[in-house]
Design a protein around this ligand. Structure first.
Ligand SMILES: Nc1ncnc2c1ncn2[C@@H]1O[C@H](COP(=O)(O)OP(=O)(O)OP(=O)(O)O)[C@@H](O)[C@H]1O
Ligand SMILES: [Mg+2]
Length: 342
């Protein structure tokens, strides 16, 4: 650090970010950006792997902004069928298309005075990307089938877990929109890049679990922290939240122990699945041919989760590539990742 630079600290921030845990430098940089960008009415891009806290950051940006008195409306751009997105965002006039028997007010208008959070913006179809860019430039929308230009009065936030530069290079994302988005950009580090925050996060989620259940688990065994340190956390903070939630249920004697953790955490060096075939083929001894790369007793669900999270980590958090590589569609992957939060 240059001598003139003062160290980052929470005390210097205007907003309240007590619920956004972490003291690592990379994390404090994030909090500082939230604090600065919250005042602006410009669009902010929040990027980061799955489970790194993009929505939490969007909510903090909203809460600390002049738009906080009105609600934040969340739109998942990957969750709406392509032909419906335009309608959802901008609304339509009566008679705009067959079946449009009433005027429909879109989310840009519904979110009036508040924040519109465009989640998974990387999945927005290219045609809609042009429309969005125009809206951001002109601060006006036009309902589908309408002629009136309606002034927009919302703060727009956007999040992505795909690498937008790669999407631009692959012609899947418009360069001009990307340029516009990146001027206020918050990138959330993966949990493995801020390992010093792992124990504080684990303790925070333990306290949270204790608050909302009658069960009281007071401690986390030091061996558990060692396993946490050795693990790659492909599902990031959502994964640690899920791991603690599950362990609290299983821990009966007031302490989280290694056997309360999922298999992939207990054995971070677990072999990739194809090894089973290779070991079996290389081993002529019949008794040892029935080799599994997981301990006997591992459930199919745990194997599936391990395969999904490992693939996600290998694909740098890119859900589209992960889904493709696993031979499932993106929605199925999305739902499974959401279930792991339970
Ligand atoms: N620094 C943090 N402190 C406390 N809780 C956190 C922190 N970051 C994230 N969380 C919690 O982790 C969970 C996942 O966060 P969030 O939903 O914001 O991630 P995301 O990046 O939007 O994930 P996805 O890409 O899958 O949509 C949430 O329950 C959130 O409250
Ligand atoms: Mg999210």
């Amino acid at each position: 650090m240059a001598p003139s630079e003062t160290p980052l600290s929470r005390e210097k921030l205007h907003g309240n970010y007590d619920h956004i845990v972490g003291e690592s430098t990379v994390h404090l940089e994030v909090l500082k950006s939230i604090d600065t960008f919250a005042k602006s009415s410009k669009i902010v891009l929040i990027s980061g792997e799955t489970g790194t806290g993009k929505e939490l950051v969007a909510r903090a940006l909203h809460a600390e902004s002049p738009y906080a008195m009105s609600p934040m409306v969340v739109v998942n751009c990957a969750g709406i069928a392509e032909n419906l997105i335009e309608n959802e965002l901008f609304g339509h006039e009566k008679g705009a298309f067959t079946g449009a028997d009433q005027r429909h007010i879109g989310l840009f208008e519904t979110a009036f005075g508040g924040t519109l959070f465009l989640d998974e913006i990387g999945e927005l179809p290219v045609r809609l990307q042009s429309k969005l860019l125009r809206v951001l430039q002109e601060n006006e929308i036009r309902r589908v089938g309408g002629t009136a230009q309606i002034p927009v009065s919302v703060r727009v936030l956007a999040a992505t877990n795909i690498d937008l530069i790669k999407a631009v290079e692959a012609n899947r994302f418009r360069r001009d929109l990307y340029e516009r988005l990146k001027s206020l950009h918050i990138h959330l580090p993966a949990l493995r890049e801020r390992r010093e925050d792992i124990s504080a996060l684990a303790k925070y989620f333990l306290a949270k679990e204790n608050n909302c259940s009658s069960q009281k688990v007071v401690d986390i065994n030091p061996e558990v922290f060692s396993l946490f340190d050795a693990y790659s956390w492909p599902g990031n903070i959502r994964e640690i939240e899920g791991v603690i939630g599950r362990a609290v249920l299983l821990a009966e004697d007031g302490e989280i122990l290694p056997h309360h953790l999922p298999q992939d955490l207990q054995m971070p060096q677990v072999h990739p699945l194809p090894l089973a075939d290779e070991t079996a083929a290389a081993n002529p001894n019949a008794a040892e041919r029935f080799v599994l790369p997981f301990p006997i007793g591992t459930t199919l669900k745990e194997i599936e989760k391990s395969a999904i999270l490992t693939t996600l980590a290998r694909e740098d958090g890119n859900r589209s590539k992960t889904a493709k590589s696993l031979g499932i569609d993106r929605r199925t992957l999305h739902n499974k990742l959401r279930d792991y939060n339970a």
